[in-house]
Design a protein around this ligand. Structure first.
Ligand code: FMN
Length: 188
C-alpha cells in the first residue's frame, strides 16, 4: 500500500488545519499517511524518506519566514528531498496569499526563492491564505496582537477586527492541491 509523509510547521494552528484537510483527502484515496508537527517532533525520529511514496511539507509564514522547525528539517534533509522532488509537494500558509491576485507572489517569495537556494524543486507547490485569530483566548497576544489589529484596520479596512476569527483559507484550493498531489504520485 502507498504511504505519504505529511509534515507541517505552525505558530498559531492555521497550517495544522490545512495539513489535516490535505491528509483527509489523501486518505480518502486509499493512501496511508503519517503526519508530524515538526515543532513537537524530534527531527531525528522522523523516518527516512525512502519509506514513503510521497512527501508533503507545509509551513505558516511570519515576518516572511518559515517556522524554525521546517527550515531546520528542510536544510538537514535537503539532499534526500532533492532526490525525491518528483513526489514532493510544498505549500505555505500566509497573509499575502489571502488575496487571490497575490498567490503567485507568495509562491515566488516564500517557496521558489527559498527552495532554489537549497537546490530543491518540488513537483507541486502552492500558497494558501492564512487566518488571524482575534477571538478571546487566541494565541495572538500582546504587541503582536496590536500590530495585527492595526494592519487589519489600515490595510484591510476592517473597522473592528477584535473578537473575531478572520479566516482566509480557501478549502477548495487546499483540496485541489491534495487531489493533484494524489495524481502525481500515483504514477510512481
Ligand atoms: C505577527 C505576524 C506576522 C506575519 N507575517 C507575515 C508575513 O510576513 N507574510 C505573510 O504573507 N503573512 C504573514 N502573517 C500571516 C500568517 O502567515 C497567517 O496568520 C498564517 O495563518 C499563520 O499560519 P500558522 O497559524 O500556521 O502559523 C503574519 C501573521 C502574524 C500574526
Amino acid at each position: 500500500m502507498s504511504k505519504v509523509l505529511i509534515l507541517y510547521g505552525t505558530r498559531y494552528g492555521t497550517t495544522k488545519g490545512i495539513s489535516d484537510e490535505i491528509e483527509k483527502v489523501i486518505q480518502e484515496k486509499g493512501i496511508t499517511t503519517e503526519s508530524y508537527n515538526l515543532k513537537e517532533q524530534d527531527l531525528k525520529e522522523i523516518p527516512p524518506l525512502q519509506e514513503y511514496d510521497g512527501i508533503i511539507i507545509g509551513t505558516g509564514i511570519k515576518m516572511k519566514k518559515w517556522t524554525k522547525a521546517v527550515k531546520k528539517y528542510v536544510q538537514k534533509r535537503k539532499s534526500e528531498l532533492k532526490k525525491r522532488q518528483s513526489t514532493l509537494g510544498f505549500y505555505v500558509c500566509c497573509g499575502v496569499a489571502s488575496k487571490k491576485s497575490d498567490i503567485s507572489k507568495a509562491i515566488n517569495d516564500y517557496i521558489t526563492l527559498k527552495l532554489q537556494k537549497l537546490g530543491i524543486q518540488p513537483a507541486l507547490i502552492d500558497a494558501f491564505g492564512g487566518a488571524y485569530d482575534l477571538t478571546e483566548g487566541s494565541p495572538i497576544t500582546g504587541i503582536t496582537r496590536k500590530i495585527v489589529v492595526s494592519i487589519m484596520k489600515s490595510e484591510e479596512g476592517i473597522e473592528n477586527p477584535e473578537g473575531k476569527m478572520h479566516d482566509y483559507r480557501d478549502w477548495e484550493q487546499i483540496r485541489n492541491f491534495a487531489n493533484k498531489f494524489g495524481e502525481l504520485f500515483k504514477k510512481y
